[in-house]
Design a protein around this ligand. Sequence first.
Ligand code: GDP
Ligand code: MN
Length: 404
Amino acid sequence: MRALLRYTARKLSLHEFQAAALLGKNGLPVVRGEAVQTPGDAIKVAEKLKTDIVLKAQVHAGGRGRGVFKNSKLQSGVHIVKSPKEVGTLASKMIGDILITKQTGAEGKPVSYLYVTEKVSIKRELYIAITTDREKAAVKIIASSRGGMGIEELDPKYVLQHCLKGTQVGESDLEAISQFMEPENAAQKEQFKDIVSKLTKTFVSSDATLIEINPLGVLEDGRVAICDSKVTIDDNALFRQKELAALEDITQKDATEVNAQKDDLNYIKLSGDIGCLVNGAGLAMATMDLINFKGGKPANFLDIGGGATPERVRKAIEIINSDTNVKSILVNIFGGIVRCDVVAQGVISAVEALRIQKPIVMRIKGTNSEEAKEMVKSSKLKIFWDENPDSAVGLCVQQAVSSI
Ligand code: GDP
Ligand code: MN
């Protein structure tokens, strides 16, 4: 259930350059930079900045510094560069390629934007993030004086997890957090406080689910600057965050999920081999538990919701079937508002049109289920009918195993 909840928490991810623009607008000290889509423009920005340059591949994944490009084999999605000429050479090895990092999976993410920023001289790398703590139902600030690329492996004793009482940060919160970040003097401590305070305001006002700064750099000249930022926005708030919603880059998302969203179907990709068509999140979770209990693993979940028409069911089966990991398909529908015969009609027409060979187990119960059963029986397709959820799921797991 936890796992599914995690997958269903939908969010909009911003690119780093978009996150930096949002933070800059809210008065935070971000390093100067511009996003480009061609090596020529990368050179122009570098010439304009007149400093050493950091070239950064824009993908919706962390760990870019330790990533590798799929085609050019260039190591690292983040490069510190001295001359505009070198900017051009490197940019052409990054734009249009695919970056693979620890967080992207083996297929990687396409790079269509580079962020060209000034290189600042970092003396210390800190970490600061704002998110929500679901269990405590609170805004949580996470801070460390040891930020940078190895943050995941850091000893928890160097990481502060500080929950706020409400949605505003008070003086005692600021005191505790800034102190933990090991300020070198009073002025620096004030800078930390100002940053934490503005980040919290931005987190709330932009309906973010995460703002993560890593590194927050303490610079040689005493300034404190945001050198890398990651922002995600709560999907449920996009109706009132229109400017942010417009920034979505769908090339960074799973293609099947994007396809399903177009048809207003709620599709969630998982890592197993049983495709699942269900209606309602509660039934989805119960189905997932039952599949696990029977020794199987779901490949995905497609929640068709309350508005099932034969066309939508057909589209849903098509999407589930397009996942090459799927070995058997479970249709677990409770027909209340949804009519069982409508679901059966959609499934049958999908199987016929797409010549689906994978075994399908249908467990549908409710309005017009007798008619549905008759339709499935007389179709003579490889569709198993079983109204008992326990044995239906057992059969589907068995079918997935025996088809290997
Ligand atoms: P990530 O690996 O995806 O988190 O990418 P980052 O943008 O955080 O870059 C990786 C690392 O590059 C950082 O942890 C810094 O050590 C370094 N870096 C990034 N920007 C600068 C900069 O302006 N100056 C210096 N000296 N180092 C930087
Ligand atoms: Mn980083």
